[in-house]
Design a protein around this ligand. Structure first.
Ligand code: SF4
Length: 500
């Protein structure tokens, strides 16, 4: 530890109310210190190990994760005494003076790139700077690029966003932009991360969408248990309004997987007692919130929109790419984190060398099961491999303490059975029957033909994306793990996990 008279900056990264106590402890300790310590609240850089302290002085940043107020007060007091790195530092990263982004060093957050995530965990989450282009220019740019929507909950998921924008622009009525920040998939954190860490950038993307369709209102749908994100959206919304942008309001909705479906979200926002997906056509761009033309986009899509308009020179924003830009991928596990990969990078790039490799579920709650992690993270590549596109990898080991693909497929089919809205038969009845047939495998009965037909019917005839996606864990288990299913029916678990 060395002493320095250089002022220090402490960033307190948090996304929950417990983090506010840590921030206050840091501020009190800084106020009581002899040397100046600048305390700044920020969002997460991508990790869930919050609150996180990042103390910066003389081109170095000392990091400490999962702190409480007492540890924070001690950490900041030592800094105030001019010493660096403070006691309790877990990692110290050297970097240029005054970097624009969180110094990820060589840790797990260093996987991939930080373009959409640039500034997460480092910059003021409420700062807003909308690119100075008019709506037609923004629409033309996205049209020539072919930017696709991102994530469960986006009305243009995996499709070019501008098709919906043109429909909304040409439809009768006052258009509105809905930001679907419900965080509805428990396996993917990309939207929560962007709203909590870069709310201003998400709203800048929403403002560009509003310009393109002539909307003067943006509604941000948030779960009730996200008060810190709500504060940051409010702060960014006020800054946007001061700059002449659209009015931003927050609407609290139930954050279930079902209400994440774009039209079910609109039903929820309208106060409907029984939330169901709507029949289409017309889609929400023509007939949306209270019958208004409505764009429904996730924070992931809107942040990608903002970057595509602001930085057209970025190499990954290539109109010839099948899926221009980058994708956020949450690695689900003990060191849960969200990283950003170019769309031509393989899934395996998100993982550390010490993570499980037996098999993985890729693409969220209703992702696909696979042993193959060389697939690129672009939407066409993932879909072509039968995997999901909702930005997550949950990797498993087999053996004691690990998991078994039959168990994973069964659990996710059970979620489909429990949480579907019940509006259409293929999903409502299909998910019940699929779950029952998977349970019967443990009793010695495995009817592969019937299970395949069920998965195919759900995927092809369900009314909304819930049912189409819900078939995926089953379909991919039948595709790549049929021998495991047969072995279970014969009373044997090849992974050594199930008690048969
Ligand atoms: S697919 Fe499932 S969630 Fe969607 S409308 Fe049908 S029953 Fe409801």
């Amino acid at each position: 530890m060395v002493s320095s008279a250089t002022p220090a900056t402490v960033r307190v990264a948090f996304d929950s109310t417990a983090g506010r106590d840590v921030l206050e402890a840091a501020r009190r300790a800084a106020a009581a210190s002899d040397a100046p310590v600048d305390v700044r609240p920020v969002g997460s850089p991508g990790t869930v190990h919050l609150p996180l302290l990042a103390a910066t002085r003389d081109g170095r940043t000392a990091l400490r994760r999962s702190v409480d107020p007492n540890a924070t007060a001690a950490f900041v007091s030592v800094l105030g005494d001019g010493e660096f790195p403070p006691d309790g530092t877990e990692t110290t990263v050297e970097h240029e003076d005054d970097p624009a982004d969180f110094p990820v060093g060589t840790g797990p957050l260093a996987a991939g790139v930080r373009r959409t995530l640039r500034g997460a965990g480092w910059a003021d989450p409420t700062a807003v700077d909308v690119p100075a282009v008019d709506g037609d220019a923004a629409l033309d740019r996205l049209s020539s690029l072919g930017l696709r929507g991102r994530g469960w909950g986006d009305a243009r998921r995996d499709e070019p966003v501008v098709e919906g924008w043109r429909t909304a622009r040409d439809a009768d009525g006052d258009a509105v932009v809905v930001v679907n920040a419900l965080d509805a998939d428990p396996k993917a954190d990309g939207d929560r991360l962007l709203v909590g860490s870069l709310a201003g950038r998400v709203l800048a993307g929403a403002a560009l969408a509003a310009r393109a369709v002539g909307a003067d209102a943006v509604v941000v749908a948030l779960p009730e248990e996200a008060p810190v994100s709500a504060d940051r959206v409010r702060g960014a919304g006020d800054a946007l309004a001061d700059a002449g942008g659209p009015t931003v309001s927050i609407a609290v909705a139930d954050a279930t997987y079902m209400t994440g479906e774009p039209t079910a979200l609109l039903e929820s926002l309208e106060g409907t007692d029984r939330v169901e997906a709507r029949r289409r056509p017309p889609g929400p761009e023509a007939w949306g919130l209270f019958e208004r033309p409505t764009l429904v986009h996730t924070p992931r899509t809107l942040a990608a929109v903002e970057r595509a308009v602001r930085s057209p020179e970025d190499a990954d924003l290539d109109a010839d790419a099948a899926d221009p830009g980058t994708r956020l991928v949450t690695v689900v596990g003990p060191d849960r984190r969200t990283v950003e990969l170019p769309t031509d990078a393989s899934l395996s790039r998100a993982l550390s060398a010490d993570e499980p490799t037996a098999f993985a579920c890729v693409g969220g709650q209703f992702g696909g099961l696979t042993r193959e992690l060389d697939t690129p993270v672009s939407s066409p590549a993932l879909r072509g491999s039968g995997l999901g596109t909702n930005g997550s990898i949950e990797a498993f080991d087999d053996g004691p303490g690990g998991s078994c693909p039959v168990v994973v497929a069964g659990r996710r089919t059970r979620v489909a059975r429990a949480e579907n809205c019940g509006r259409c038969v293929p999903c409502r009845t299909g998910s019940v029957r699929a779950h029952e047939l998977l349970r019967e495998v443990y009793g010695g009965s495995f009817d592969a033909t019937r299970l395949r037909e069920l998965a195919r019917t759900m995927a092809n005839t369900s009314l909304c994306g819930f049912g189409r996606d819900a078939a995926r864990p089953l379909a991919t288990a039948l595709g790549e793990f049929e021998t495991d299913l047969r072995a279970h029916a014969d009373g044997r678990c090849p992974a050594g996990v199930c008690d048969l």
